[in-house]
Design a protein around this ligand. Structure first.
Ligand SMILES: Nc1ncnc2c1ncn2[C@@H]1O[C@H](COP(=O)(O)OP(=O)(O)O)[C@@H](O)[C@H]1O
Ligand SMILES: [Mg+2]
Length: 210
């Protein structure tokens, strides 16, 4: 089954085209890399796929649903239900606990609060002990794991990560990538990682070069 189908995609800011993807398909459950230098349109592409931005031209289908045609409210519902996002800015809610950040993600997706699922995800990421910690107290590496936990807690069909390793040293780079791959596999999600980090290119069989 095709999870992602892109056709004739182009995006321009103020008349300047910054992204052009004539055709790209990703099968369900596959892990792929979107590779390109800074400014090549990687974040723009992830935003368009997640329905956070409307492209100038073309279509993006996720699981058969044409994201580019959805009205704003339907698009938000689609994102909450189907997409897990690990953006460069993690946007954790600093004043509440890690557990409450994950509960919030469940509530926003219209899911029942499920502490069992939260414990399972935190354990899988090696941060079970942080459940009660205030998000603002976490180290950068811990916060990134929590962001990954939040992205997968609702078992998305598509997991998108923007530059998840660029700021990390080699050991943490390998670890963060393994966590993303493991978590995607555990929920059967299609994983798309956007990066300019050449250290990780060989971990992916499928690559889109921008
Ligand atoms: N909101 C915006 N308004 C205008 N230009 C933008 C905006 N967002 C990104 N750009 C420009 O679009 C190009 C692609 O940006 P981006 O998708 O962030 O690339 P990447 O993630 O590969 O670094 C860059 O030249 C950037 O400056
Ligand atoms: Mg970017």
């Amino acid at each position: 089954m095709t999870m992602l189908e892109i056709r004739g995609l182009r995006h321009a800011y103020d008349g300047r085209t910054v992204l052009s993807v004539p055709s790209w398909d990703v099968a369900a459950g596959e892990a792929s890399l979107v590779l390109g230098p800074s400014g090549s349109g990687k974040s723009t592409l992830l935003n368009v796929i997640a329905g956070l931005a409307t492209p100038t031209e073309g279509s993006v289908r996720v699981g058969g649903e044409e994201v580019t045609r959805l009205a704003p409210a339907a698009r938000d519902a689609f994102r909450a239900r189907r997409v897990g996002l690990v953006l460069q800015t993690l946007h954790l809610v600093g004043v509440v606990s890690v557990r409450d950040n994950l509960r919030l993600a469940q509530r926003l997706a219209g899911c029942r609060v499920d502490d069992g699922r939260i414990d399972e995800v935190l354990a899988g990421l090696g941060i079970a002990a942080l459940a009660g910690a205030r998000a603002s107290r976490l180290s950068v590496g811990e916060a990134q794991r929590v962001a990954i936990a939040r992205a997968v807690v609702n078992r998305p069909s598509l997991l998108l990560a923007d530059e998840p390793t660029s700021a990390l040293d080699d050991a943490n780079c390998a670890r963060a990538l393994s966590l993303l791959l493991d978590q995607a596999a555990a929920c059967g999600a299609t994983l798309l990682v956007a990066t300019h980090d050449n250290r990780i290119r060989d971990r992916f069989a499928r690559r889109l070069e921008l």
